[in-house]
Design a protein around this ligand. Structure first.
Ligand code: ZN
Length: 263
């Protein structure tokens, strides 16, 4: 199943347009259903940008830059208000000429990455939320935190963290070795081994000199979503149980309590 949050976040990562009315769907971290609306927006051009506008070189509007902050609210009053901080810049569009855009750096609280975790353990979910917190400002670090979520998945499947070498010393097993062990333990889940490895590669790239983009980290989220649904989604089993119940009752409704309205 498609991760619709990732679809939303890819659009946000392309830059938010100058008119807040035109901002794409920003998923609410509280209800995970509605889109956030801009309640207030303030921006400030940087002193360097102002001085550059004074001239002295071949200036164009792409040199205009600054910072902004916005308060975003869900239409549902009980949902938490979200603060957004980021930078502003200008790009040249075919339709409007030079136009301003907003580039997010932090959403507080962080935006949701996965809608349905099923029975996925909290330790894995915590790592994924930690990745979301730095997704915009440091996508390499986010990919690394998603790799840590895979380590937690291995823990949950009781794959040892430590091995013993020939000198009888304990050593920390690499994630590659742990995934191999998982593959040997669970041949019935062999289809998730390549996806686990893909997140390991993206996380490794994020740990080294490679600078990942938000889209790379979102690739890792998409792959991780697939793994979590494969390992922890129980909706199929629940549906089968419901089908069995309906068939056992031959479609007759279950007895209704007296205080339930008949509709
Ligand atoms: Zn909400």
């Amino acid at each position: 199943m498609k991760n619709l949050f990732v679809e939303d976040l890819r659009v946000i990562a392309a830059g938010l347009p100058s008119d807040p009315q035109e901002w794409p769907h920003i998923p609410c971290p509280t209800c995970k259903r509605s889109g956030l609306l801009v309640d207030s927006l303030a921006e400030e051009e940087s002193p360097l940008s102002k001085s550059q506008q004074a001239g002295g070189f071949d200036w164009d509007p792409s040199y205009i830059h600054g910072k902004f902050h916005a308060v975003l609210k869900c239409p549902k009053s009980k949902c938490e208000t979200v603060r957004l901080v980021g930078t502003t810049g200008h790009w040249e569009t075919e339709k409007y000429g030079w136009d301003q855009y907003y580039e997010p750096l932090f959403f507080l609280p962080e935006l949701p990455l996965i809608q349905d975790f099923g029975t996925c353990p909290l330790s894995v979910r915590d790592r994924i939320e930690a990745a979301s917190a730095v997704l915009w400002v440091d996508p390499s670090s986010a990919a690394n935190r998603l790799r840590a979520a895979v380590e937690e998945l291995m823990n949950h499947h009781r794959v040892p963290r430590m091995g013993i070498n020939k000198k009888n010393d304990e050593f920390r097993l690499s994630l590659a070795s742990r995934i191999e062990q998982f593959s040997a333990n669970r041949p019935d889940l062999s289809d998730v081994v390549d996806p686990l490895t893909a997140i390991r590669w993206l996380g490794n790239a994020g740990s080294h000199d490679t600078v990942l983009k938000v889209s790379d980290a979102l690739d890792a989220v998409e792959i991780l979503t697939h793994i979590i649904h494969r390992l922890y989604d129980t909706s199929g089993e629940m549906l089968i149980k419901k089908v069995e119940d309906v068939n056992a009752r031959r479609g007759m409704p279950m007895s209704r309590s007296l205080d339930s309205p008949p509709f």
